[in-house]
Design a protein around this ligand. Structure first.
Ligand SMILES: [Zn+2]
Ligand SMILES: [Zn+2]
Length: 316
């Protein structure tokens, strides 16, 4: 093996946490890094936690864990383009995934049904009730209560997130981890982003009905942000926000809604994001009604770290 740099204890701790929890949002990641900083006296500048993690810790950690078929990657939510996540994905899984070995067959079956209903739906979202009905139609015995608990776990573990009108949508974690399964199984229902060329389930669509261009919200934010900077002094342009392919003016509402956000991320994944600099590390405008649930897991993480830490500032 040609591993040149050894892992320190705090790297090993980070790996442990990722193996246990699977995914963290930006705030959880910062809290975790702060707790590690306190415990190991690390030199991480405040507000610079994510950059240090992606540029310094992550390349080394991934170099070590890749041999076990796992990798930690950064992903952006398709729906809430300011929300980034760090997820531990398993590269060795060939087809449909049990998500991780702690899920039961039944839970995996619920997820498989949910995935099918979301992806085959034009809006790429589904009402939980439809999933439940689909499960019953598949002759799977399950009470409403049991179903509710399974769905809560999917939320908590970041396989799904809330869409509009009480629907659920796929979390970026699920899209990343299950992309080969999704691409093999649902080829006719999915797209590739025009900008980053990666799998896209739910993004923005060109307003020209004969143009098939789809773009991730986060990619569109970068693309139109760049355009608006380069054309801000020009009043002669016929179209301010042209589609990258057909050049027809992009839907104004879409552009306005993504440009309103002031947190344009440079990257959409870890391969390139190892060079990312997150200038802002504010708490994202989270949809999360399940934020409190998410926080529970990070709190337990803290408790463990702090067993041996005498620092007591509270970040939540
Ligand atoms: Zn994209
Ligand atoms: Zn177009």
């Amino acid at each position: 093996m040609s591993i040149s740099t050894a892992l320190e204890d705090y790297h090993k701790q980070l790996i442990q946490y990722f193996l246990r929890d699977g995914a963290y949002n930006e705030k959880e990641m910062i809290d975790l890094l702060n707790a590690l900083r306190d415990r190991y006296k690390l030199k991480i500048t405040i507000k610079d936690e994510i950059r240090t993690f992606t540029n310094v810790f992550l390349p080394l950690i991934n170099k070590h864990i890749n041999q076990y078929g796992i990798e930690i990657k950064q992903v952006t939510s398709e729906e809430y383009e300011n929300n980034i996540y760090f997820v531990c994905i398993q590269n060795f899984k060939p087809q449909f995934v049990k998500m991780d070995c702690s899920y039961t067959e039944k839970e995996a079956a619920v997820f498989e049904k949910l995935l099918e209903l979301v992806i085959t739906n034009d809006d790429k979202c589904v009402a939980p009730r439809e999933v439940f009905e689909g499960i019953l139609a598949n002759d799977l015995k399950m009470t409403q209560k049991e179903f509710g608990e399974i769905m809560a776990r999917f939320h908590r573990d970041k396989w799904i997130e809330s869409g509009s009108d009480n629907t659920v949508i796929l979390h970026a974690r699920a899209i990343l981890e299950m992309q080969s399964f999704i691409m093999d199984t649902y080829r006719d229902f999915i797209y590739n982003c025009q900008i980053c060329t990666r799998l896209l389930i739910r993004g923005l669509i060109c307003s020209n009905s004969s143009c098939d261009v789809h773009i991730h919200r986060s990619c569109a934010a970068r693309y139109f942000h760049r355009l608006s900077n380069s054309t801000s002094n020009s009043t002669t342009k016929k179209t301010a926000y042209p589609c990258p392919v057909c050049k027809q003016e992009w839907n104004k509402d879409d552009v306005v809604s993504i440009l309103k956000t002031n947190n344009v991320h440079d990257e959409n994944d870890t391969e390139r994001s190892t060079g990312t600099i997150h200038k802002k590390q504010r708490t994202s405008k989270t949809n999360d009604h399940n934020n409190s649930i998410n926080n529970r897991s990070i709190r337990s993480t803290h408790r463990q770290i702090r067993n041996e830490s005498d620092d007591d500032d509270d970040d939540n």
